[in-house]
Design a protein around this ligand. Structure first.
Ligand code: FE2
Length: 295
C-alpha cells in the first residue's frame, strides 16, 4: 500500500472472514449502514470491500456466528515461503495448501494458538472499486482478538508474522503493527476467545458522526464512542453488527515510521490508554465478539 512501510513479511491486514446465521442481515449492515460494497455473492457467501480490493470482509451463511479466519497479506512469494517455514517449524497445523477464498494469488491457511485460523497470501492487484463518497470507509485497518494467554499470542505474532509491539498495557493487552499503522492486530486478555472487533479507517472525524446519523435513522445507536484512545491515538466509535461482532470506525491513528520505535508500556491502572477523555469503557462491550471456528 502506498505510504505503508512493512516491518517484516506481512504488509497489511487483508480481510476478515466470518460466519453468520443471517447472511442477508450481515450484508445489509455492511452495505446500507456501513457503506461498503458487495463485490461478489452466490447466496451462501458474500465478498465485501471498501475500495480497491476484491474483499476485505467475507460472510458465509452458517449455523453459527463465528470468526472463520483472518487474512494477512504477505508482500512477496519469497516472504510467503519464509512464513510457511516458520509455521512448519512451530508445528502448527496447515489446513489448506491453497487459498481458502477466491481472488487470492498464492497462499496457505493454518491453525495458530488458541484455535484462530490464519490465511497468509499474496494479493491479486487487478481489482479497482471506487469509494462511495464519505459513506464508505477507506479500508480495513485492524482486528482485535481475545486471548487467554496474551503474552504467548504476542510472541506468536512476533515470531511467525514479524509483528512488533507498539503499545503494551502491562502484560494483558498488546497493540501490534506490521507496517506504519500503529496497530494491525490488538490482543485483549480475556477468559473467552474470539474476534472482538474489526476496525475500518475513516477519512475524518465527520465520517464517524455520519455513521452515528445513519444508525440513529434506523433506530439503532453507537455502542461506544466517540473516544480518543491513548494506545494508538485514534478517535473511534463502535457499533454491534448482526452476527455479534463489533465494528470500529476510526480516524487519526498514530503512524509509526521508525521500525525500531520501542514499545510504549502502560501501567494497567492508567486508564488513559483506553480513553484519553474519561478512562471509561461501557459495561458489557468486551463481552461481544465471535468465537473462532473449530477445525
Ligand atoms: Fe480497535
Amino acid at each position: 500500500m502506498p505510504g505503508h512501510q512493512n516491518v517484516g513479511a506481512v504488509s497489511e491486514i487483508g480481510y476478515v472472514s466470518m460466519r453468520t446465521r443471517d447472511l442477508s442481515e450481515s450484508i445489509a449492515n455492511a452495505v446500507d449502514v456501513f457503506g461498503l460494497h458487495e463485490t461478489a455473492s452466490d447466496g451462501r457467501k458474500a465478498f465485501i470491500t471498501a475500495q480497491n480490493k476484491h474483499h476485505e470482509l467475507v460472510y458465509t451463511q452458517a449455523d453459527e456466528d463465528a470468526i472463520d479466519h483472518i487474512g494477512l497479506v504477505v508482500s512477496s512469494a519469497g516472504e510467503l515461503d519464509a512464513v510457511r517455514a516458520k509455521v512448519d517449524r512451530g508445528g502448527y497445523r496447515v489446513v489448506s495448501e491453497q487459498p481458502i477464498e477466491d481472488h487470492i494469488e498464492q497462499g496457505f491457511a493454518f491453525v495458530g494458538p488458541e484455535g484462530y485460523t490464519w490465511q497468509l497470501y499474496t494479493e491479486k492487484l487487478d481489482y479497482c472499486m471506487r469509494k462511495r463518497g464519505s459513506l464508505t470507509p477507506d479500508r480495513l485497518g485492524h482486528v482485535n482478538i481475545k486471548s487467554r494467554n496474551a503474552p504467548a499470542m504476542r510472541d506468536f505474532l512476533t515470531e511467525v508474522f514479524d509483528f512488533r509491539v507498539s503499545d503494551a498495557i502491562g502484560i494483558d493487552n498488546f497493540f501490534m503493527r506490521c507496517n506504519d499503522d500503529h496497530h494491525g492486530i490488538a490482543i485483549f486478555s480475556s477468559s473467552d476467545l474470539g474476534l472482538h472487533h474489526h476496525a475500518w479507517q475513516a477519512g475524518n472525524v465527520m465520517d464517524l458522526g455520519r455513521l452515528g446519523d445513519r444508525l440513529a435513522r434506523r433506530g439503532a445507536r453507537l455502542a461506544w464512542g466517540p473516544v480518543r484512545h491513548g494506545a494508538g491515538d485514534n478517535i473511534a466509535v463502535y457499533f454491534i453488527e448482526p452476527n455479534g461482532a463489533v465494528i470500529e470506525y476510526y480516524c487519526d491513528m498514530e503512524t509509526i515510521r521508525d521500525k525500531e520505535r520501542p514499545a510504549r508500556v502502560w501501567d494497567p491502572e492508567d486508564l488513559y490508554w483506553i480513553n484519553q477523555w474519561d478512562g471509561q469503557v461501557p459495561a458489557g462491550i468486551l463481552d461481544f465478539g465471535v468465537v473462532p471456528v473449530e477445525r
